[in-house]
Design a protein around this ligand. Structure first.
Ligand SMILES: [Zn+2]
Length: 175
C-alpha cells in the first residue's frame, strides 16, 4: 500500500492503527470468533508500530511517513491511555466507536443496544456528541475520525438543527 502511494507520487503519507482496547469485554464479535484477546490487540499494535518504523526508514528522503494512531475513547481509562500513547506518536485521530461502552459501528443490533441503554436515538446522539466533545477537550487531536459515525445504523435521518441540545454539542468554542 505504501509503495503504491510512493509510485503515485505522494510526498507525505500518514499511517494509523486503532490503539489497543484495555479489556476483553470490548472485543468485537468478529474478534471473539477468531479467539482474540487484548493480548492479540497489543501484539498487533506493536507489530504495526514496528512495521511503520521500518517503512519510515525505507522511504527516508523519498516520501515522509507520519506514524499515527486512532483513539478508542471508550471511557476515562482509555482516554488516559490515549494521552500516554500520544507522546510516542506524531499524529492522533480522535474517534468514538463506543457509547455507554457498547460498539455503535459494528451492526444494527449493537447500535440498538446502545440506543436502548439511553432510551432513544435522540439521547444516543446527544451522548455520542458529548463523548466526542470530551475527547476533543481532553486530547486535542489534530484530526477527528468519522465525526458522524453514530449515523451508520440510525433509525431515521434527522436534521440536527431540529434537535438543538444535540446540535449544540457539535459546536466547540475556542478553549
Ligand atoms: Zn474509527
Amino acid at each position: 500500500m505504501v509503495d503504491t502511494y510512493y509510485q503515485k507520487g505522494f510526498k507525505l503519507v500518514c499511517l494509523t492503527e486503532h490503539m489497543p482496547r484495555l479489556n476483553n469485554r470490548f472485543l468485537y464479535p468478529e474478534e471473539i470468533e477468531k479467539s482474540y484477546t487484548i493480548t492479540n490487540l497489543n501484539q498487533d499494535f506493536e507489530n504495526y508500530l514496528n512495521h511503520a518504523k521500518e517503512l519510515q526508514k525505507k522511504y527516508e528522503g523519498k516520501m515522509r511517513i507520519v506514524i499515527g494512531f486512532e483513539v478508542e475513547a471508550i471511557n476515562k481509562e482509555h482516554i488516559q491511555f490515549a494521552k500516554e500513547l500520544a507522546s510516542k506518536f506524531e499524529l492522533m485521530i480522535g474517534s468514538i466507536h463506543f457509547v455507554k461502552e457498547i460498539p455503535i459501528d459494528f451492526d444494527k443490533e449493537s447500535w440498538n443496544k446502545a440506543r436502548d441503554s439511553l432510551g432513544s436515538q435522540r439521547l444516543l446522539f446527544k451522548e455520542y456528541f458529548k463523548l466526542q466533545q470530551q475527547l476533543i477537550i481532553e486530547l486535542k487531536p489534530k484530526v477527528i475520525g468519522h465525526f458522524d459515525l453514530i449515523r451508520l445504523f440510525q433509525d431515521e435521518d434527522v436534521d440536527l438543527k431540529t434537535w438543538p441540545e444535540v446540535g449544540q454539542r457539535l459546536i466547540l468554542k475556542a478553549i
